[in-house]
Design a protein around this ligand. Sequence first.
Ligand code: KG4
Length: 337
Amino acid sequence: MKILGFESSCDETAVAVVEDGRRVLSDAIASQADMHALYGGVVPEIASRKHVECIAALAEKALSDAGCARSDIDAVAVTYAPGLIGAVLVGLSFAKSVAWGLGVPLIPVHHTRGHIAANYLAFPELEPPFLALAVSGGNTLLADVAGYTDMYVLGATRDDAAGECFDKAARVLGLSYPGGKPMDSLAQQSSGGVYKLPHAEVTGAPLDMSFSGLKTAVVNLAHHAEQVGETLDRAALARDFTQVVSDALVSRTMEAARLTGRKTIVAAGGVAANSIIRADLLQACREAGCKLYLPPLRLCGDNGAMIAAQGYYEYQAGRTAGMELNAYAACDISESV
Ligand code: KG4
């Protein structure tokens, strides 16, 4: 079964063709990051307009890269939530028109379920059940994935996503948007141990997280240094900041593994590309006797293939939608439309 997958929830327009949920035939991506870098972050209205400009050409490219005619497509999968509402609506409206025009089923896909499914593309043997740590620019959560379409949240951030925190901390350190990757490179230049930053705990919810206080602490440190004419050790700050994020993510993940008894752990999302978080997760899983799946870097960020992959399993579970399908800015990973 060949599925054409559409992703437009933030600043990447992406269209891909995936066969039977596992084999990538094409994966076309148009990133808008350079445009948003001018403003230091994503400007939602610009994101929507850029999606409109390139989505049709990108769909043609995905088909031609896959060597597919339109008539070869069996279904269309699309991100319907969560994300920037205008941006999601562009991909959703376009995908609806393609499904209607081709006369094939329309499959709604939750964006974070897609991130988790990126691992199915890299690891043919991977099957639920497992524990997923999904950590990106807009979402940070731990989910128990009991089946391909059967998952619920064990813990999540109460405020900012870890990726948002990386991007804003990077901005005050003078790094370009998106800040996760340059922060990673900068952090690698120091062993840290210089700055004391807050580790947040959520009382009564040991698997929940909070990153807004950490973000504010880095912003305040940088502004204070500027005001008093102090030179910051930027590499040490990047390292210490990353270590706090990594400790929060890794400790919650291992606690969730202990509580659920799951022995397989899957990482997902843009922040799962971070070298320190990857190394820390690997070590913690080794010590706990858990099997860890880390997606290759190219599958950590937003892409259309992950949406088509999860779309295959949503279709198998009988989840298709009509033309009334709406977009949502927020949506729990366990919910189905
Ligand atoms: O998954 P993604 O591409 O988009 C969303 O679904 O949000 O994640 C983007 C986020 C950005 O915040 C970006 O700075 C972060 O992932 N990111 C990283 C790294 N590479 C990307 N954060 C930390 N370390 C990295 N190496």
